[in-house]
Design a protein around this ligand. Structure first.
Ligand SMILES: [Zn+2]
Length: 196
């Protein structure tokens, strides 16, 4: 899977196009691959997608911040190796004028957000094999989504810690336990303490 993310499918204005090009050129992208035979990887993939707001539940939600821009199958249908790739763009980054629409049919204002995520999964297994892209939303987007949308269920710092523990062979119960401990002790970097 050495192909590039098809950024030409994103609907961006000229300035965003330049920024996205730069992001890809300087490799500021995140890239996570998952082994479809591993349960731990399955949990890690699901956690990552939930954190990004790209799990099934979040995508079906009316407040979904992502819009699917592109999707394609690879490999022979019915073959075990056949994969599907989907590309999502943050709705705050959707440059509606570029799409030729004067009126903005989006629940959120344009903020120039550059976030985009490509999800690859097995056609047969439906298991997530790879999640990559630029996961960072710009400040105006974060603000817009904070006021208009419910907050993300999983903070990126929590995801990172979870992934690390899974790699070290921790069980799901261990992870929940240490998650509770870290939240109580307020040791997640960048996570504000919220009163319970
Ligand atoms: Zn965004």
């Amino acid at each position: 899977m050495s192909s590039d993310i098809p950024v030409a499918q994103l609907i961006l204005d000229e300035e965003q196009k330049k920024s996205v090009k730069l992001i890809h050129k300087s490799n500021e992208l995140e890239d996570h691959t998952f082994d479809s035979r591993s349960d731990a990887d399955g949990v890690a993939a699901a956690t990552l997608l939930a954190g990004l707001g790209l799990d099934d539940e979040a995508r079906e939600d009316i407040t979904n911040r992502w819009k699917k821009r592109w999707g394609s199958d690879y490999g022979q249908k019915g073959m075990a190796q056949a994969i599907h790739r989907d590309l999502y763009q943050c709705v705050c980054g959707y440059a509606h004028r570029e799409a030729g629409t004067r009126k903005r049919h989006s629940p959120l204002d344009f903020t120039g957000c550059l976030a985009h995520v490509e999800v690859t999964y097995g056609c047969d297994s439906r298991k997530v094999l790879r999640v990559r892209g630029f996961f960072v939303h710009n400040a105006a987007c974060e603000e817009a989504t904070l006021t208009r949308l419910p907050t993300n269920p999983v903070h990126p710092a929590v995801f990172k810690a979870t992934l690390e523990q899974l790699r070290q062979g921790a069980t799901w119960t261990d992870i929940q336990e240490s998650n509770r401990r870290m939240i109580k002790a307020c040791t997640y970097p960048g996570v504000m303490r919220t009163p319970l």
